[in-house]
Ligand binder design. Structure first.
Ligand SMILES: Nc1ncnc2c1ncn2[C@@H]1O[C@H](COP(=O)(O)OP(=O)(O)O)[C@@H](O)[C@H]1O
Ligand SMILES: [Mg+2]
Length: 236
């Protein structure tokens, strides 16, 4: 496949922080609509890789391409990408405490320039879709961890991104809630056709993804799972 057939390609990207080589030169291609788990011990570079894929960070060397086009890292380029193409779900939820749940979801749509009535309708529909129909006007502190993460998922989906990046989205939740939340993410990504990359330590969650990559000491280690995926999406 050509690079434009992938939603995102990390092309020989590496990242160094001072003396720490957080990510060795790594090539990873994610197909449109693909689901991918990223696993590996703490400190092995998972967050570094996810942040580079989502342009929250800039590689020391190498390139990141969206739909085949290399990111320039101009403010404009990065802002456009975050407004249109990428949705993030973080371990700590990252909700704004002074806004209600539905207002948190609406925030994504403010950046897109939707009018207030449309914005509210869309946010309410997304809240309903993540099973929070009764909780539109709750504040984050009035919600459980699982409910907060459902709000964060609704927010990440609001602008219909083509790529959802989730960095240990269930790291603070008990196993049963974790798996329900991961299931919701997988289901919502599939319904919108978005590609989904999830950092997780839970083999039960990873096993539901189309591909699993293992990281170790700043490098990709192996790709069990789909036959042929090494040639299609992964090399080092
Ligand atoms: N901003 C930073 N400054 C310095 N070192 C960092 C920074 N971010 C990550 N690192 C280091 O890079 C390595 C990989 O970190 P990270 O990608 O967060 O790992 P993981 O998400 O797998 O736990 C670790 O050694 C970490 O300490
Ligand atoms: Mg991490």
């Amino acid at each position: 496949m050509n690079d434009e057939q992938y939603i995102v390609v990390a092309d020989a990207v590496s990242r160094r922080f001072g003396n720490v080589q957080a990510l060795l030169p790594t090539t990873l291609r994610i197909e449109r609509g693909e689901t991918l788990a990223v696993m590996g011990p703490s400190g092995c570079g998972k967050t570094t890789l996810i942040n580079l894929l989502g342009a929250l960070d800039r590689p020391t060397a190498g390139r990141v391409l969206f739909r085949g086009i290399p990111l320039s890292y101009s403010d404009r380029d990065v802002t456009d990408l975050h407004r249109r193409d990428v949705g993030f779900v973080f371990q700590g939820f990252a909700l704004i405490p002074s806004l209600t749940a539905v207002e948190n979801v609406e925030l994504t749509l403010v950046a897109r320039g939707d009018n207030p009535a449309t914005r509210r309708r869309t946010a309410e529909r997304l809240m309903d879709e993540v099973g929070l129909g009764q909780y539109h006007h709750r504040f984050p502190e009035e919600m459980s961890g699982g409910q907060r993460q459902r709000v964060a998922i609704a927010r990440a989906l609001a602008h219909q991104p083509a790529l959802i990046l989730a960095d240990e989205p269930t790291g603070n939740l008990d196993q049963q809630t974790s798996r329900a939340i991961a299931g919701l993410l997988i289901e919502r990504a599939a319904e919108t056709g978005a590609a989904l990359a999830v950092v997780t330590h839970d083999p039960g969650i990873a096993g539901r993804m189309g591909r699993i990559i293992q990281m170790c000491d700043g490098a990709l280690a192996e790709t069990p799972g789909r036959p042929g995926s090494a040639a299609a999406g992964f090399s080092q």
